[in-house]
Design a protein around this ligand. Structure first.
Ligand SMILES: [Zn+2]
Length: 262
Protein backbone atom coordinates (compact mmCIF):
# COMPACT_ATOMS: atom_id res chain seq x y z
CA UNK A 1 0.00 0.00 0.00
CA UNK A 2 1.15 3.51 -0.73
CA UNK A 3 1.76 5.73 2.26
CA UNK A 4 2.12 9.41 2.90
CA UNK A 5 5.84 10.28 3.15
CA UNK A 6 5.15 12.82 5.90
CA UNK A 7 4.24 9.96 8.20
CA UNK A 8 7.08 7.67 7.27
CA UNK A 9 9.54 8.64 10.00
CA UNK A 10 7.48 10.00 12.90
CA UNK A 11 6.59 6.61 14.35
CA UNK A 12 2.87 7.00 13.66
CA UNK A 13 0.95 4.26 11.95
CA UNK A 14 1.19 4.70 8.19
CA UNK A 15 -1.95 5.95 6.55
CA UNK A 16 -3.15 5.48 2.99
CA UNK A 17 -2.10 7.98 0.40
CA UNK A 18 -4.69 10.65 -0.41
CA UNK A 19 -5.14 9.11 -3.85
CA UNK A 20 -7.13 6.30 -2.27
CA UNK A 21 -10.21 7.47 -0.34
CA UNK A 22 -10.28 6.33 3.28
CA UNK A 23 -13.70 4.70 2.89
CA UNK A 24 -12.22 2.59 0.11
CA UNK A 25 -9.56 1.13 2.35
CA UNK A 26 -11.77 0.40 5.35
CA UNK A 27 -12.66 -3.06 4.11
CA UNK A 28 -10.41 -5.70 2.65
CA UNK A 29 -9.65 -4.93 -0.98
CA UNK A 30 -8.39 -7.67 -3.29
CA UNK A 31 -4.63 -8.05 -3.63
CA UNK A 32 -2.57 -9.90 -6.23
CA UNK A 33 0.52 -12.06 -6.11
CA UNK A 34 2.99 -11.68 -8.97
CA UNK A 35 6.34 -13.15 -10.01
CA UNK A 36 8.96 -11.67 -12.35
CA UNK A 37 12.41 -12.36 -13.69
CA UNK A 38 15.17 -11.13 -11.40
CA UNK A 39 17.14 -8.87 -13.75
CA UNK A 40 17.51 -7.71 -17.34
CA UNK A 41 18.82 -11.10 -18.50
CA UNK A 42 17.76 -13.05 -15.45
CA UNK A 43 15.85 -16.20 -14.67
CA UNK A 44 12.45 -16.31 -13.00
CA UNK A 45 12.68 -15.30 -9.34
CA UNK A 46 10.83 -17.74 -7.07
CA UNK A 47 10.00 -14.95 -4.63
CA UNK A 48 6.60 -13.33 -5.02
CA UNK A 49 5.45 -9.73 -4.66
CA UNK A 50 2.05 -8.48 -3.54
CA UNK A 51 0.27 -5.77 -5.53
CA UNK A 52 -2.47 -3.76 -3.86
CA UNK A 53 -5.20 -1.50 -5.21
CA UNK A 54 -3.08 1.43 -3.95
CA UNK A 55 -0.21 0.27 -6.17
CA UNK A 56 -2.55 0.11 -9.15
CA UNK A 57 -3.88 3.60 -8.39
CA UNK A 58 -0.35 5.02 -8.34
CA UNK A 59 0.49 3.33 -11.63
CA UNK A 60 -2.77 4.35 -13.32
CA UNK A 61 -2.94 7.87 -11.94
CA UNK A 62 -6.30 7.86 -10.19
CA UNK A 63 -8.83 5.64 -8.50
CA UNK A 64 -11.93 5.13 -10.65
CA UNK A 65 -14.81 2.74 -11.16
CA UNK A 66 -13.08 1.25 -14.21
CA UNK A 67 -9.95 0.41 -12.25
CA UNK A 68 -11.95 -1.23 -9.47
CA UNK A 69 -14.15 -3.19 -11.86
CA UNK A 70 -10.94 -4.35 -13.51
CA UNK A 71 -9.59 -5.40 -10.11
CA UNK A 72 -12.75 -7.39 -9.35
CA UNK A 73 -12.60 -9.04 -12.78
CA UNK A 74 -8.91 -9.90 -12.47
CA UNK A 75 -9.40 -11.30 -8.97
CA UNK A 76 -12.16 -13.61 -10.25
CA UNK A 77 -9.88 -14.68 -13.09
CA UNK A 78 -6.88 -15.21 -10.84
CA UNK A 79 -8.95 -17.30 -8.42
CA UNK A 80 -9.74 -19.67 -11.28
CA UNK A 81 -6.44 -19.68 -13.15
CA UNK A 82 -3.64 -18.84 -10.68
CA UNK A 83 -5.03 -19.56 -7.24
CA UNK A 84 -1.75 -20.93 -5.90
CA UNK A 85 1.00 -19.33 -7.94
CA UNK A 86 -0.17 -15.80 -8.78
CA UNK A 87 0.54 -14.00 -12.04
CA UNK A 88 3.83 -14.99 -13.69
CA UNK A 89 4.51 -11.65 -15.36
CA UNK A 90 7.21 -13.17 -17.55
CA UNK A 91 4.84 -15.61 -19.25
CA UNK A 92 1.45 -13.99 -19.92
CA UNK A 93 -0.42 -12.47 -22.81
CA UNK A 94 -3.55 -10.42 -22.07
CA UNK A 95 -6.44 -9.12 -24.16
CA UNK A 96 -8.37 -6.10 -22.89
CA UNK A 97 -10.56 -3.33 -24.12
CA UNK A 98 -8.54 -0.26 -25.15
CA UNK A 99 -9.64 1.62 -22.05
CA UNK A 100 -7.19 3.77 -20.06
CA UNK A 101 -8.28 2.13 -16.82
CA UNK A 102 -8.78 -1.52 -17.85
CA UNK A 103 -5.70 -1.48 -20.06
CA UNK A 104 -3.51 -0.31 -17.18
CA UNK A 105 -4.88 -2.98 -14.84
CA UNK A 106 -4.23 -5.61 -17.52
CA UNK A 107 -0.65 -4.51 -18.23
CA UNK A 108 0.39 -3.90 -14.61
CA UNK A 109 -0.89 -7.19 -13.23
CA UNK A 110 0.10 -9.49 -16.08
CA UNK A 111 3.37 -7.90 -17.26
CA UNK A 112 1.99 -7.96 -20.81
CA UNK A 113 2.92 -5.02 -23.05
CA UNK A 114 1.61 -3.73 -26.38
CA UNK A 115 5.19 -3.06 -27.55
CA UNK A 116 6.07 -6.75 -27.28
CA UNK A 117 2.80 -7.93 -28.81
CA UNK A 118 1.65 -9.48 -25.55
CA UNK A 119 -1.10 -6.95 -24.76
CA UNK A 120 -3.78 -7.27 -27.45
CA UNK A 121 -6.87 -5.09 -27.71
CA UNK A 122 -10.50 -6.07 -28.27
CA UNK A 123 -13.16 -3.52 -27.37
CA UNK A 124 -15.91 -6.13 -27.61
CA UNK A 125 -14.65 -7.60 -24.31
CA UNK A 126 -16.09 -4.66 -22.37
CA UNK A 127 -15.11 -4.99 -18.74
CA UNK A 128 -13.34 -8.31 -19.07
CA UNK A 129 -10.01 -9.87 -19.91
CA UNK A 130 -8.59 -12.84 -21.75
CA UNK A 131 -5.33 -14.36 -20.59
CA UNK A 132 -2.96 -16.82 -22.18
CA UNK A 133 0.03 -18.50 -20.58
CA UNK A 134 2.63 -18.16 -23.32
CA UNK A 135 4.62 -21.29 -22.48
CA UNK A 136 1.62 -23.66 -22.54
CA UNK A 137 -1.05 -21.74 -24.53
CA UNK A 138 -3.54 -22.36 -21.68
CA UNK A 139 -6.21 -19.66 -21.90
CA UNK A 140 -8.90 -18.13 -19.71
CA UNK A 141 -11.33 -15.25 -19.83
CA UNK A 142 -13.47 -13.23 -17.45
CA UNK A 143 -16.46 -11.05 -18.26
CA UNK A 144 -18.62 -8.68 -16.26
CA UNK A 145 -22.26 -9.67 -15.89
CA UNK A 146 -24.38 -7.68 -18.40
CA UNK A 147 -26.37 -4.99 -16.60
CA UNK A 148 -24.23 -5.08 -13.45
CA UNK A 149 -22.93 -1.56 -14.07
CA UNK A 150 -25.88 0.88 -14.30
CA UNK A 151 -27.00 1.84 -17.79
CA UNK A 152 -27.56 5.40 -16.63
CA UNK A 153 -23.90 5.84 -15.66
CA UNK A 154 -22.80 4.28 -18.95
CA UNK A 155 -25.02 6.74 -20.82
CA UNK A 156 -23.57 9.66 -18.88
CA UNK A 157 -19.99 8.46 -19.51
CA UNK A 158 -20.64 8.52 -23.25
CA UNK A 159 -22.41 11.87 -23.06
CA UNK A 160 -19.64 13.55 -21.05
CA UNK A 161 -17.20 12.71 -23.84
CA UNK A 162 -19.38 14.48 -26.39
CA UNK A 163 -17.84 17.70 -27.67
CA UNK A 164 -19.42 21.14 -27.63
CA UNK A 165 -20.99 21.06 -24.19
CA UNK A 166 -21.12 24.39 -22.35
CA UNK A 167 -18.35 24.61 -19.72
CA UNK A 168 -20.61 26.07 -17.05
CA UNK A 169 -22.78 22.95 -17.28
CA UNK A 170 -19.84 20.59 -17.67
CA UNK A 171 -18.09 21.71 -14.48
CA UNK A 172 -21.14 20.70 -12.43
CA UNK A 173 -21.80 17.48 -14.34
CA UNK A 174 -18.29 16.12 -13.85
CA UNK A 175 -18.65 16.37 -10.09
CA UNK A 176 -22.11 14.81 -10.11
CA UNK A 177 -20.95 12.02 -12.39
CA UNK A 178 -18.00 11.22 -10.13
CA UNK A 179 -20.34 11.03 -7.15
CA UNK A 180 -22.64 8.63 -9.00
CA UNK A 181 -19.71 6.36 -9.91
CA UNK A 182 -18.40 6.22 -6.35
CA UNK A 183 -21.89 5.64 -4.95
CA UNK A 184 -22.14 2.54 -7.12
CA UNK A 185 -18.68 1.34 -6.13
CA UNK A 186 -19.45 1.87 -2.42
CA UNK A 187 -22.97 0.41 -2.40
CA UNK A 188 -22.79 -2.32 -5.02
CA UNK A 189 -19.26 -3.35 -6.00
CA UNK A 190 -17.45 -3.36 -2.66
CA UNK A 191 -20.01 -5.54 -0.83
CA UNK A 192 -19.86 -8.14 -3.62
CA UNK A 193 -17.39 -10.98 -4.06
CA UNK A 194 -15.42 -10.89 -7.35
CA UNK A 195 -17.05 -14.10 -8.59
CA UNK A 196 -20.59 -12.78 -7.90
CA UNK A 197 -20.69 -10.66 -11.05
CA UNK A 198 -17.47 -11.51 -12.90
CA UNK A 199 -17.60 -14.92 -14.57
CA UNK A 200 -14.24 -16.56 -15.26
CA UNK A 201 -13.80 -19.68 -17.36
CA UNK A 202 -11.15 -21.75 -19.05
CA UNK A 203 -11.02 -21.48 -22.85
CA UNK A 204 -10.30 -24.41 -25.15
CA UNK A 205 -8.58 -22.03 -27.53
CA UNK A 206 -8.15 -18.29 -27.80
CA UNK A 207 -8.54 -16.45 -31.09
CA UNK A 208 -6.19 -13.50 -30.65
CA UNK A 209 -6.66 -10.02 -32.08
CA UNK A 210 -3.61 -8.81 -34.02
CA UNK A 211 -0.63 -7.27 -32.21
CA UNK A 212 -0.06 -3.53 -32.53
CA UNK A 213 3.69 -4.10 -32.34
CA UNK A 214 5.85 -7.18 -32.03
CA UNK A 215 9.34 -7.31 -30.60
CA UNK A 216 11.44 -9.76 -28.65
CA UNK A 217 11.15 -9.13 -24.94
CA UNK A 218 14.72 -9.57 -23.75
CA UNK A 219 14.17 -9.54 -19.99
CA UNK A 220 12.12 -12.75 -20.04
CA UNK A 221 13.97 -14.94 -22.54
CA UNK A 222 16.05 -16.62 -19.81
CA UNK A 223 13.10 -17.15 -17.47
CA UNK A 224 13.43 -20.96 -17.36
CA UNK A 225 17.21 -21.14 -16.84
CA UNK A 226 17.75 -23.03 -13.55
CA UNK A 227 19.61 -21.46 -10.61
CA UNK A 228 23.42 -21.82 -10.55
CA UNK A 229 24.83 -24.92 -8.89
CA UNK A 230 28.03 -23.35 -7.61
CA UNK A 231 28.97 -19.98 -9.10
CA UNK A 232 26.99 -17.34 -7.28
CA UNK A 233 27.23 -13.61 -7.77
CA UNK A 234 27.24 -11.60 -4.54
CA UNK A 235 24.71 -9.36 -6.28
CA UNK A 236 22.40 -12.29 -6.90
CA UNK A 237 21.38 -13.50 -3.46
CA UNK A 238 18.15 -15.41 -3.49
CA UNK A 239 15.91 -17.89 -1.83
CA UNK A 240 16.73 -20.57 -4.37
CA UNK A 241 20.46 -21.08 -3.91
CA UNK A 242 23.42 -20.75 -1.54
CA UNK A 243 26.70 -18.94 -2.32
CA UNK A 244 29.53 -20.99 -3.83
CA UNK A 245 33.00 -21.23 -2.27
CA UNK A 246 35.98 -19.02 -3.10
CA UNK A 247 37.35 -21.38 -5.78
CA UNK A 248 34.06 -21.19 -7.58
CA UNK A 249 34.13 -17.41 -7.46
CA UNK A 250 37.62 -17.38 -9.01
CA UNK A 251 36.48 -19.80 -11.72
CA UNK A 252 33.59 -17.53 -12.46
CA UNK A 253 35.78 -14.43 -12.77
CA UNK A 254 38.25 -16.07 -15.16
CA UNK A 255 35.45 -17.35 -17.37
CA UNK A 256 33.70 -14.02 -17.43
CA UNK A 257 36.78 -11.95 -18.16
CA UNK A 258 37.55 -14.19 -21.15
CA UNK A 259 34.46 -12.66 -22.81
CA UNK A 260 31.48 -14.23 -24.55
CA UNK A 261 31.97 -17.31 -26.73
CA UNK A 262 31.29 -16.46 -30.36
ZN1 LIG B 1 -9.24 5.35 -14.60
Amino acid sequence: MAHDDANASDGAAPRPHWSLASWLTEGALPTFTVRDTRSAQGRLDPRVKTITVADLVLAHGHACDGLLRGVWAMRALADLAFADEGFDRSDLLVVSKNSPCLGDVAAYLTGARTRFGTHRLDDSLGVGFQLQRLSTQESWEVREEPGFFPANIIAWEADLLRGGRDESEMRELLAVHEAAQWDWVRDVLLPSAPSDHYAARRLKRLELPPALLEARRSDTVNRTVPPPRCVISPDDPGADHEPGDLDDQLTWRARYEAGPTV
